[in-house]
Design a binder for this molecule. Structure first.
Ligand code: 5GP
Length: 185
C-alpha cells in the first residue's frame, strides 16, 4: 500500500491507524537525510543517515525507490519490503509522488492512495499547528503541496484520491478501499 499526499494532509495518522487495525501489516521504515524531529527515534519512523551514506546505499541498489523532497533525500529499502511481502504481510509505505510513480512501475500490484487536504487553509493550519518545522521549511512545504497534487493527478499512478476532512471517516474510507482491493484479488 502506498500512501502519498502533501505534507500536513494527515498521511501519518492514517498509516498509524492502518498498522493498528489491519492484521499482518507492517510499516516500511524509510531512510532519509533530513534531521529527526522532536520525538522521532532512529529506526522507528525513519532511519536517519548522512548524505554520503544515502548515496552509498543508493549506488549499492538498496532502494526500491528514492526521491528528493524540499532539499532532502528519502528512500525505501528494498529488502525489508520484499521479505515482508514474501512472508504474506501487507506493507504500508508513506512516500511522496515521485516515489509513488516508481513503485507503480516496479510493483503494479500495489494499491496507491493519495490523501488530499480539504483545502489549502487547513493544510497550512495543520503544518503551523505541528510546530516542528522552521518557517522557511514550512513555506517550502506549502509551496510544494500545490505542485504535488497536480503531479499526482497527472501521473495517473494513484487509483484513489481521498479527502481527509474528518480523520476517523478517512481512516474508514481507506480501510474500505484496501478491503475492496483484497477481495478483487
Ligand atoms: P517528512 O519530512 O515530512 O517526514 O516527509 C516529507 C515527504 O517525503 C512526505 O511526502 C513523505 O511521504 C515523503 N517520504 C517519506 N519517506 C519517503 C521515501 O522513502 N521515499 C519517498 N519517495 N518519499 C518519502
Amino acid at each position: 500500500m502506498v500512501i502519498s499526499g502533501p505534507s500536513g494532509a494527515g498521511k501519518t495518522s492514517i498509516c498509524q491507524a492502518l498498522l493498528r487495525d489491519l492484521p499482518q501489516t507492517v510499516w516500511s521504515v524509510s531512510v532519509t537525510t533530513r534531521s529527526p524531529r522532536l520525538g522521532e527515534r532512529d529506526g522507528e519512523s525513519y532511519s536517519f543517515v548522512s548524505a554520503d551514506e544515502f548515496r552509498r546505499r543508493e549506488r549499492a541498489g538498496d532502494f526500491l525507490e528514492s526521491a528528493e523532497y524540499v532539499g532532502h533525500r528519502y528512500g525505501t529499502p528494498r529488502e525489508p519490503v520484499e521479505t515482508a511481502l514474501a512472508g504474506g504481510k501487507n506493507v504500508v509505505m508513506e512516500i511522496d509522488v515521485q516515489g509513488g510513480m516508481q513503485v507503480a512501475q516496479r510493483m503494479p500490484e500495489s494499491v496507491r492512495i493519495f490523501v488530499l487536504p480539504p483545502d489549502m487553509q487547513s493544510l497550512r493550519a495543520r503544518l503551523e499547528g505541528r510546530r516542528t518545522e522552521q518557517e522557511e521549511q514550512m513555506r517550502r512545504r506549502i509551496a510544494q503541496a500545490d505542485g504535488e497534487i497536480a503531479v499526482a493527478r497527472d501521473s495517473g499512478c494513484y487509483q484513489y484520491f481521498v479527502v481527509n476532512d474528518v480523520l476517523e471517516n478517512t481512516i474508514e474510507e481507506v480501510k474500505n478501499i484496501i478491503e475492496q482491493e483484497r477481495n478483487k484479488r
